[in-house]
Design a protein around this ligand. Sequence first.
Ligand code: NAD
Length: 487
Amino acid sequence: MTDREQAVVDAVPTDLFIGGQWRPAAGQQTFDVEDPATAKTLCAVADASPEDGVAALDAAVAAQRSWADHPPRERGEILRRAYQVMMDRQDDLALLMTLEMGKPLAESKGEIAYAAEFFRWFAEEAVRISGGFATAPSGSGRFLVMRQPVGPCLLITPWNFPAAMGSRKIGPAVAAGCTMVIKPAGLTPLSMLALADILRECGLPDGVLNVVPTSRSGRMMEPLIRDGRARKLSFTGSTEVGRTLLEQCSEHIMRTSMELGGNAPFLVFADADLDAAIEGAMTAKMRNIGEACTAANRFYVHADVADEFSARLAERMGALRIGRGTDEGVQVGPLIESKARDKVQQLVDDAVGRGARVLVGGEAVEGPGHFYRPTVLTGVPTDAEMAQAEIFGPVAPITTFTNEDEALADANNTPLGLVSYVYTRDLQRSLRVCERLEAGMVGLNQGLVSNPAAPFGGVKHSGLGREGGSVGIDEFLETKYVAVATG
Ligand code: NAD
């Protein structure tokens, strides 16, 4: 590590953040955080036990009443200050993220801006929580509708966007007047710890936000979910874990938001602007090294343009510079861990075994670090494992189609439904296809949908609820109706 890298890691508090205090885990236990580019340990972080988790929930419950009464303007101003501090420290926060997660520095900087924007967006939403007043249809009596914070929340985030997946939940929870316990992913807890310290510095009262990294996610979280005092669970992660958590939440009928896995189709029609489609494909596939829930996972390209599209995509993918994300000009960092790289290789081998052709890549890069070459496969049969599994790596499998119905049937042939991408210049087809795609979001002639001001979320097994946009705060509010007698 360089001196600057060491300084950035050293500046992060590595204890648990409970009730406004940094404190070690019960029994002083810690776990190591690794740089996936070197497979070396960056630092050790306090490893929360189930008892630490309960202490964090105690703190959130104790702070709930006064936080709900806190003026919305002040709640918003804390978020607005945190937005500014994040942007002022964007370079250091980005370096920290690249060190723990691997993505190239330019992408980490982009994520810090994206993450901070959730704070700015919800700073503005905090003062716009409205209710309703109406006359009963009979004319006798009035309806008063109020929106109130749901109460203490449990938040669980994944490793692939270590800051943004947290701020997308913390922002609306703070704005709505909810307190919270957040458990960041064990692979990337540092960005969240840094964010917590910024919120503390910006005046967030003690106990509103509590952060408990742990190496024992299930053991620590299940008692908190079953405790009954937390009123909401907001989870971002895999569908498999989401299903388990939904079962646990059923005991106390908790409110849930579930941002789960994706398996995005990327459709290129014969009339598409191929330059734009290639640009969009690079973004939709390679953002975050392919480790995104929104990553294009299956490319369906019309037979008339498939050869040209495939050759051009392969050329672009083959030209990308692989390396440690901290190095100047690097475009492809390492995958998060060796297990992830091995899974990508296994999916590629399976597709090739079923007749797919490798245009570029198709293999790992020798370590240290968990690198995999950007890969384009053509002739990928629909029964290949990667048609149903999230690849979560830099692999673009291409299949051809000859008509719209076939393309839509292939695109929708998955239990998941987070996002789809469509490239066509035909307006009527655009609307038809957008309507028929089974997805919570569609990128129409663009390869990036994420925006703090828009509602992000999926259908089918990709989840429940939406984050961001003007509906994002609703996930943290209850509606109370008061029936008013008028005599
Ligand atoms: P994961 O489900 O393995 O883990 C997500 C989080 O849940 C982590 O913090 C993990 O420690 C925790 N966890 C794991 N088991 C748990 C349990 N039994 N009880 C409580 N917590 C538990 O997912 P991941 O590998 O970290 O992230 C990748 C997955 O997340 C992919 O499927 C991706 O599509 C999905 N994702 C979805 C979105 C979205 O907005 N829809 C965004 C990013 C990632």
